[in-house]
Design a protein around this ligand. Structure first.
Ligand SMILES: O=C1O[C@H](COP(=O)(O)O)[C@@H](O)[C@H](O)[C@H]1O
Length: 242
């Protein structure tokens, strides 16, 4: 399946469509395997999506939540991706605590926390070392510099091909991030992108040829479905790109 691109006229329409896709994927994963594994993105765009999911009546005990990236701060820090998702969604529903799998940020060394989380993922998915598990859904955003998760332009994490989790680098600040091969092993990847400031990077990412080191979102070519959901201000020049 090639990438599916949809440009939605409003922010509300973008969130509604993302919700519809997430729900459909959750339902099909649960009916196929009895559970759904979903990795969340951070930043500002997905917050209304999480608030909308919190209003649904879902079989929460069958849903396992991960994060595609995390800022290296405690969960109660305003920048924490975990903290945002908990406040918007997870604290409002009856999901078992054991189904929430945040990236740890308390070792004092991001590389140690990256290894710890990698071991946790391998154990959860029962994948031997060197193999990449297939999450059912990975939600991604994209920054105006073309980064996704915490895969920032011209950083070491972009070249990591033998790990599930890498240490990202945002202007010298460490982050934890899913690696490109882990994201690319997913059954379904959904980018949710809004805002006119994303337009120049999107044009580079959708161009037939381009540089993945400068526009890291180009690295995302999953084995499963790839959806790009854009609001009108981000996607107006890409409406006819498939
Ligand atoms: O730093 C981050 O930014 C991206 C994009 O965020 P947005 O606010 O422009 O939607 C996000 O996907 C990533 O998870 C986050 O850590």
């Amino acid at each position: 399946m090639g990438k599916q691109v949809e440009v939605l006229p409003t922010m509300a329409g973008l969130i509604e469509r993302a919700l519809e896709l997430v729900l459909a994927q959750m339902q099909s994963s649960i009916s196929l395997s009895g559970r759904c594994t979903i990795a969340l993105s951070g930043g500002s765009t997905p917050k209304p999506l999480y608030e909308a999911i919190a209003n649904l009546d879902l079989p929460w005990e069958k849903i396992h939540v991960f994060w595609g990236d995390e800022r290296y701060v405690p969960p109660d820090h305003p920048d924490s991706n975990q903290g945002m998702a908990r406040r918007a969604w997870l604290d409002k529903v009856n999901i078992p605590a054991a189904n929430i799998h945040p990236m740890p940020t308390d070792a004092g060394d991001p590389a140690v926390d990256a290894s710890k989380h990698e071991a946790e993922l391998s154990e959860f998915f029962k994948t031997p070392p060197g193999e990449f598990p297939a999450l059912d859904i990975i939600l991604l955003g994209m920054g105006d510099d073309g980064h996704t998760a915490s895969l920032f332009p011209h950083t070491e994490a972009l070249g990591v091909s033998d790990r599930l989790i890498a240490v990202g680098n945002k202007d010298g600040q460490p982050r934890l991030t899913f690696t490109a091969p882990l994201i690319n092993s997913a059954r379904c990847v959904i980018f949710v992108v809004a805002g006119a400031n994303k337009r120049p990077a999107l044009a580079q990412i959708f161009a037939p040829q381009g540089d993945e080191m400068t526009y890291p979102s180009r690295l995302i070519q999953p084995v499963g479905e790839l959806w790009w959901l854009l609001d009108e201000s981000a996607g107006q020049e890409l409406k006819f790109v498939g």
